[in-house]
Design a protein around this ligand. Structure first.
Ligand SMILES: NC(=O)C1=CN([C@@H]2O[C@H](COP(=O)(O)OP(=O)(O)OC[C@H]3O[C@@H](n4cnc5c(N)ncnc54)[C@H](O)[C@@H]3O)[C@@H](O)[C@H]2O)C=CC1
Ligand SMILES: O=C(CO)COP(=O)(O)O
Length: 341
């Protein structure tokens, strides 16, 4: 298959490295200087150092070329970049004079709720496509998500992912095509559940980082993960997800990975907040997106509006907004009334 990966951050680069030995892969980055460096050094030193590119991997800053020759697009920008990227694609298919229109099969890999709208990624997708002149044709799309640190995928370490979409035939076909090497891909038709799990676990990872950073111990972390999963499930089911999705890869799987693995940027945000560092400085130091920072406030607001109890999420949102300190946050959570589990 000819695959275009749009976005050359850590995750887009890792997927390109993992898929290039089995597919024709073109990695697109919008920054020409970054593309020059990647083509010269055959690695992505800015976002994923020490992960050499396979010989066959193509890297370009030419959007039209990358997109028009692909059978499948993987949109690998952070959630904030999803809408602009979709707009760029929409314009291309509307303006294209090529005999081969832009392909309609695409996946996104971002995790979160869009800042200011509180929308899940698939809602952003339908927003943009509903306004497209060619919206009558049925596009095939889905979320590729699950427990996966970019660095480990790029190193060829075993990883299981979920391809979630409402069209199970599409999910199964693409999962089958991408499955292989050390990547196991499962198909799932609970798109809402998969997206909610991927989004809210980042908020829990910030909480876990704070807890560990304050030295609250293993008991506290286990409690946080367990009660975090309850919150994620509550929120997801209220949005229409299936309960069992939250015990799968995109729920419990990604929650465990991100809350406990030190490669997590979201967990690192929590660890640094516990040290007393300021959020702006932390984001600058990370140099990568930590989606939980944007998602916490959106989830907290949506949950409050829907009357869903999400105390850990609300605590993280308060902390990120500077309304509380890490220690006050813990105190607030521990001071809640006793209740049934
Ligand atoms: N890094 C990881 O281990 C994993 C990340 N993800 C998710 O994938 C998404 C991307 O994460 P990373 O690649 O790690 O982020 P990153 O911070 O490493 O890189 C982000 C990249 O996206 C580019 N970008 C931003 N806006 C864009 C736009 N409008 N058009 C094109 N490119 C744009 C940036 O220039 C940068 O190259 C996030 O939502 C993240 O939660 C999912 C699984 C694993
Ligand atoms: O989503 C991820 C792992 O599945 C990556 O987590 P971080 O964004 O916290 O690094």
């Amino acid at each position: 298959m000819q695959i275009a990966i749009l976005g050359a951050g850590a995750w887009g680069t890792a997927l390109a490295i993992a898929l290039a030995p089995r597919h024709h892969v073109c990695l697109w980055a919008r920054d020409k200087a970054q593309v020059t460096v990647m083509n010269t050094r055959r690695e992505n030193p800015l976002y994923l150092a020490d992960c050499p590119f396979p010989e066959a991997l193509q890297v370009t800053s030419d959007f039209t070329t990358a997109v028009t020759s692909a059978d499948l697009l993987i949109l690998a920008a952070p959630l904030a970049g999803l809408r602009p990227l979709l707009e760029q694609l929409r314009q291309l298919s509307q303006l294209s004079t090529s005999a081969t229109p832009a392909p309609r099969r695409f996946l996104w890999v971002c995790k979160g709720l869009e800042a200011m709208t509180g929308k899940l990624p698939h809602q952003v997708v339908t927003d943009v496509l509903d306004h497209a002149a060619d919206a009558t044709a049925t596009p095939s799309w889905g979320a590729l998500t699950g427990p996966s640190f970019a660095f480990e995928v790029a190193q060829g370490l075993p990883t299981a992912l979920t391809l979630a979409t409402t069209d199970i035939t599409f999910a199964t076909d693409i999962a089958h095509a991408l499955h292989g090497g050390n990547l196991r891909i499962y198909a799932n038709d609970d798109l809402i559940g998969a997206e909610v799990g991927g989004a809210v676990k980042n908020v829990m990872a910030i909480a876990a980082g704070v807890s560990d950073g304050l030295g609250l111990g293993h008991n506290a972390r286990a409690a946080l993960l367990t009660r975090g999963l309850v919150e994620i499930t509550r929120f997801g089911m209220a949005l229409g997800a299936r309960r069992e999705t939250f015990t799968g890869l995109t729920g419990l799987g990604d929650l465990i990975l991100t809350c406990t693995g030190d490669l997590s940027r979201n967990r690192r945000v929590g660890l640094l907040l516990a040290e007393g560092q300021n959020l702006t400085a932390i984001q600058h130091t990370l140099g990568h997106v930590a989606e939980g920072v944007f998602t916490a406030r959106e989830v907290a607001q949506r949950a409050a509006a829907m009357g869903i109890d999400m105390p850990i999420t609300a605590a993280v949102a308060g902390l990120l907004d500077g309304r509380t300190t890490p220690r006050e946050t813990v105190h607030q959570l521990m001071a809640r009334d006793a209740r049934t589990e």
